[in-house]
Design a protein around this ligand. Structure first.
Ligand code: ADP
Ligand code: ADP
Ligand code: ZN
Length: 216
């Protein structure tokens, strides 16, 4: 299965991606997670992308595309993958097409998680992430068993620096201006699967599976 998951910041892409990854046994490739990891390690990539992320701007296409090319070379991507947060611009989508066509493979589907703007703000404001394993939580809707501690690894939970009210406004604008046009791009190929992201996490996941033709 070769999938993309799209949607505005806070829609629940990462949360669904973890469930999809488990179900299909494919790697979850999140460019956001890869960038945050690089920032945490203070690697050359991290140094070059930190400012963009903190301001809610997109990392330049050439840097982002190279990260994806490198990640796709790993063996675990041989039997499929789920990209989360990539592509985010038309040039990134064009680059992905050419990378995949060189490998003689195509995308099976693009899952688009649909959520209202009001909901996005609530989700982002309450989002907490594990410092160690990147697992995502929410202070109201998706609480860890012990406040501030990751259920999966015991790591400390933190609030992302770009999850502040001001930065979020910019990220939503960037999404509308630069990423939303990709829905038309993929719609022309008839591979978009719109799912309602407003319900419970498991309800959305059921919709995802149904949209991919998985019998439940
Ligand atoms: P969100 O939860 O808002 O969808 P992500 O974790 O996917 O956020 O991305 C966080 C930030 O990382 C983005 O605001 C952007 O700065 C950078 N980023 C992630 N993916 C891309 C991409 N494909 N192109 C450019 N920048 C990206
Ligand atoms: P994205 O990757 O699209 O930015 P996340 O998966 O990080 O979004 O989800 C944003 C926040 O909303 C997180 O705090 C997550 O725990 C929470 N969340 C995700 N899906 C749902 C849902 N269906 N209902 C309630 N809260 C959710
Ligand atoms: Zn953890």
């Amino acid at each position: 299965m070769r999938l993309l998951i799209m949607g505005p910041p806070g829609a629940g892409k990462g949360t669904q991606a973890v469930l999809i990854q488990k179900h299909f046994d494919i790697p979850h490739v999140s460019t956001g997670d890869l960038f945050r990891e690089a920032v945490k390690n203070n690697s050359p990539l991290g140094v070059s992308v930190r400012k963009y992320i903190e301001h809610g701007e997109l990392v330049p296409d050439d840097i982002t595309i190279q990260v994806v090319i490198d990640r796709l070379k790993h063996d675990d991507c041989k039997n499929g993958f789920l990209f989360d947060g990539f592509p985010r611009t038309i040039p990134q989508a064009v680059a992905l097409d050419s990378i995949l066509s060189n490998l003689n493979i195509t995308l099976d589907a693009v899952i688009n998680v649909v959520v209202s703007n009001q909901k996005l703000m609530e989700r982002i404001a309450g989002r907490r992430v594990c410092k160690v394993c990147n697992a995502g939580y929410h202070v109201v809707t998706n609480k860890p068993k012990v406040e501030g501690v990751c259920d999966k690894c015991g790591g400390e939970l933190y609030q992302r620096k770009d999850d502040t009210a001001e930065t979020v406004q910019n990220r939503l604008k960037v999404y509308n201006d630069q990423t939303k046009p990709l829905l038309d791009y993929y719609d022309k190929r008839n591979i978009i699967k719109n799912v309602n992201g407003l319900g419970e996490i498991q309800d959305t996941f059921k919709e995802v599976l149904a949209s991919l033709g998985v019998k439940q």
